[in-house]
Design a protein around this ligand. Structure first.
Ligand code: TYD
Length: 200
């Protein structure tokens, strides 16, 4: 049965690299895999992404634009692909809104829950991989990047709150998540992923 899988983590956790490897393994099995990302994934969503990553705005606006991009993404990309029997792997989904806008920026959790109910009451990922890494390690990895977006420019305390909010989401709904120790080497993380792939 095809699945909807999301990848989450603080910036610098390495999830995008692992996502590419994970999707390749599924494709090598002959599966039809759609790889996508948030914010983004549609033409409008990518335009919203450019705004969200570069333009300062009120917290509520930031949250609503994230969910606006998500609604497009769900209706135009995720649901049609799932209906067609394809696997969908998304680099971030609503957990990121709870973590960044809720944890990082301090937006009321209940407001995010309302947006989530509005935008996708009938859809949740089958599986979410949370790439967990100490914030210092993530910060060191990001230090190699030439340009940093509006979120990546935040300080360590922001990312501590983001990480704590992710872990709160994991605790609230443990059956949906696998927590990956992303502080390990690339090969060791791939071994963790291989174990998960063996169950799919
Ligand atoms: P990401 O794709 O990880 O950036 P990169 O291309 O640098 O790997 O994510 C973009 C940023 O958007 C990231 O800092 C987290 C943020 N974000 C939110 O704040 N809320 C959300 O709901 C989503 C999906 C992302």
């Amino acid at each position: 049965m095809n699945k909807f899988i999301t990848f989450e983590g603080v910036d610098g956790a390495g999830k995008s690299t692992h996502l590419a490897w994970f999707s390749d393994v599924l494709r090598q099995r002959g599966l039809d895999v759609v790889v996508t990302r948030e914010p983004g994934g549609t033409k409008l969503g990518e335009q919203l992404r450019t705004i969200l990553l570069n333009q300062a705005m009120t917290i509520g606006t930031e949250a609503m634009l994230m969910f606006a991009a998500r609604l497009e993404h769900i209706e135009q990309v995720i649901k049609p692909a799932l209906r067609a029997g394809k696997w969908v792997i998304s680099d971030r989904f609503s957990d990121a809104s709870f973590a960044y806008q809720g944890g990082g920026r301090g937006l009321d959790w209940a407001k995010l829950t309302q947006l989530e109910q509005w935008v996708h009451a009938d859809l949740q990922p089958d599986l979410t991989l949370f790439f967990d890494v100490p914030v210092e390690v993530a910060r060191q990895r990001l230090a190699n990047n030439v340009t940093l977006d509006r979120f990546e420019q935040e300080q360590s305390d922001f990312f501590e709150r983001v990480r704590a909010a992710y872990l709160k989401r994991v605790q609230q709904n443990p059956q949906r998540y696998v927590v990956i120790d992303a502080a390990e080497s690339l090969e060791q993380v791939q071994q963790q992923l291989a174990k998960i792939l063996a169950t799919l």
